[in-house]
Design a binder for this molecule. Sequence first.
Ligand SMILES: [Zn+2]
Length: 138
Amino acid sequence: MKKIREELQQFGLAATHPRSVILRCLRERKDHPDAETVYQTVHQEIPSLSIDTVYRTLNLFASSGLIVHLAMPTHRFRFDGGVEPHDHFLCTTCEQIVDIEPEENDHQVFSEKVAALGQILSLQRVYLGTCHACKKAI
Ligand SMILES: [Zn+2]
């Protein structure tokens, strides 16, 4: 928890207890939770925490660069506690999102055509498909 608090301070944010618990939740989970799921998890530890606070905190973290707001065609906004560049596989049936480690470090290389558009901050690549479990159920 000390590491989490230090991380918040490094990003210029006051390391309050709710923020620390929310950030720890994001760092521990690998399933790219939506705000509702984060709320369900942290609510057990801090019952007085409102869903509005969770939404605001997640957006604050995302705009600060502490977590990533995923650009995914899912019904709800999803968040990623892993900030190192990586790709994702999205099952369009169950909306499960799985990390894909890049084969090479090609996330920093942009074509001239892309670079001409402006300053590129990140590249989010998403593979859309159907996971094995959903494929079997069809
Ligand atoms: Zn991810």
